[in-house]
Design a protein around this ligand. Structure first.
Ligand code: BG6
Length: 501
């Protein structure tokens, strides 16, 4: 079935930066096989030729030929979703560009406060309509943030459900489109060797880092200042990665089987209570510092940040999952902007051997050996760590100890590693390309179901409430550093500390 991709809010930079390059790349590879056309919708008056020119100018060089092929199928309609009277023309143009078999994927690249109003106006104009069975498909893709807390996410879900069926709603989380994030499921459930170890009996702690070098430049501060690190990154991307790492095996790879298991594990996230909050969470924001060799302003000095702002750009959280598999295992989650580098990775740290047999210099009595160990004078046994590197490096590594050549049994750290780039010739497809393809094909696996969004907000709201109740202070860290040193304290009872990649 031929399809139309209708981008509502086509004048925003998401369209030029992500969506159209992803569509050009899809078209180049002939996917989906029946092809598609693109219709940009925005308020500014413009014709097809001007829209195509703008897109062509913004296209990365390697995609320019692909876009040139797609361009004749790219159109533009001037319309305003907050003025339903302008949408009749959109509907007529879409009808004229397709036929009764043409599927329609409407991508809302709009400000979040417009989502509900836009869907209602588009439904009112017949651009999308509720589908219970058959007919050319009508789907909408909704960008994040989907609500700003549980109440607003619920309200948005119910407004959408009054107009569309759940199967027509594709809530995007671009992390799920990343190849390495999808591989978490493949790695866990295709390889039998790790799964028996993947539980509280063998795992000492799990660490998830999403570090960014960027701050909130480029005019994003207005949005960010009302959002903060917890809601911008943890509620969605980080909880999604965590869910994939910790969920139970699904009965099949059907979308609902996977989403059911993700919801189940997210429901088991333990509450951070007021008493515990000081020991288990840190919130902070960057101060003036040096990033990438350049002096950069502190968060409070960024354009668009409100005077007296209390917004965090860094969080570290010791979370727990209260179920049979994970109870007692600390999940150390950390995200920050203006950290020294971009790094997204998961580290599964296994328990230490119960007895230290190695790295014992010859001639030491048992007592002296123990004394030296406790004093930290001897090289300790290190835990085995499995690292899933998500970006920018796309790799998997398992650390272990090997005997150092020589007459005594002294062990040294070593690593088994796999890197996507060395193994596969093609570079991973962009996340948006994969997600747009799935939405066109009607596969919702990598999109969020309504209950999944709600359970993630419910957890985030609980964390925020405990911060407020405990009046958790907002710490500062110089831009270009790894965040407040106090975040190290979250590792209490566990070996090691925060990764630096
Ligand atoms: C977005 C956040 O969802 O993800 C941004 O709003 C963040 O603040 C971005 O920078 C990170 O995405 P990626 O793919 O670069 O890790």
């Amino acid at each position: 079935m031929h399809a139309q991709v209708v981008i509502v809010g086509a004048s925003g930079d998401l369209t030029t930066r992500k969506l159209v390059p992803a569509l050009a790349s899809l078209a180049r590879s002939g996917r989906p096989k029946d092809g598609f056309s693109v219709v940009g919708v925005a308020r500014s008056p413009k014709d097809d030729a001007a829209f195509r020119r703008e897109l062509a100018e913004a296209m990365p060089a390697d995609l320019a030929p692909a876009f040139a092929e797609l361009a004749p199928r790219v159109h533009y309609v001037t319309a305003d979703v907050s003025r339903p009277d302008t949408l009749a023309a959109l509907r007529s143009r879409l009808d004229a560009l397709g036929d009764s078999d043409t599927g329609r994927l409407v991508y809302l690249a709009l400000k979040p406060e417009l989502f509900a109003r836009a869907v209602s106006a588009l439904a009112g104009a017949g651009v999308v309509e509720m589908q219970t069975d058959g007919g050319a498909f009508r789907r909408i893709v909704i960008e994040k943030p989907f609500g700003h807390d549980l109440a607003s996410a619920r309200a948005l879900n119910s407004e959408l459900h009054a107009l569309l069926s759940e199967h027509q709603i594709y809530r995007i989380d671009h992390y799920l489109g990343k190849e390495t994030v999808q591989n978490v499921l493949g790695f866990r459930f295709h390889n039998a060797i790790f799964e028996p170890l993947w539980n509280r009996h063998h795992v000492e702690c799990v660490q998830l880092t999403v570090a960014e070098e960027i701050g909130v430049e480029d005019g994003r501060a207005g949005y960010y200042d009302t959002t903060g690190a917890l809601r911008d990154m943890l509620q969605n991307h980080m909880l999604q990665v965590l869910a994939l790492v910790t969920m139970e095996p699904p009965a099949s790879l059907e979308a609902e089987a996977i989403r059911d298991q993700k919801v189940n594990v997210l429901r088991a996230l333990g509450t951070v209570d007021r008493v515990d909050v000081q020991r288990s969470t840190i919130r902070a924001r960057y101060a003036r510092g040096v990033s990438g060799g350049v002096e950069v302003p502190g968060y409070a000095e960024e354009d668009g940040v409100r005077a007296g702002s209390d917004t965090e750009t860094y969080i570290a959280l010791r979370a727990s999952i209260e179920n049979w598999r994970w109870s007692g295992v600390p999940f150390l989650l950390r995200h920050g902007k203006r950290l020294p580098k971009k790094l997204t990775e998961v580290k599964i740290q296994f328990r230490m051997p119960p007895v230290q047999l190695f790295n014992r210099p010859e001639g030491l009595s048992d007592t002296e050996f123990l004394r030296q160990l406790r004093a930290g004078n001897l090289c300790q046994v290190r835990p085995n760590v499995l690292t899933l590197s998500i970006q920018p490096r796309e790799a998997i590594a398992l650390s272990f100890g090997v005997k150092t050549p020589g007459s005594s049994m002294v062990m040294s750290p070593a690593e088994l590693s796999f890197d996507y780039r060395d193994h596969f010739e093609n570079k991973s497809a962009d996340a948006y390309e994969r997600l747009l393809l799935d939405a066109l094909l009607g596969d919702p696996t990598l999109f969020l179901r309504s209950d999944e969004i709600e359970v993630a907000w419910s957890y985030t709201d609980r964390v925020r409430a405990s911060w407020q109740e405990a009046k958790l202070p907002l710490l500062e860290y110089p831009a270009g550093t790894w965040g407040p040193p106090r975040a190290q304290d979250l590792f209490y009872g566990c070996e090691g500390g925060w990764s630096r990649g």
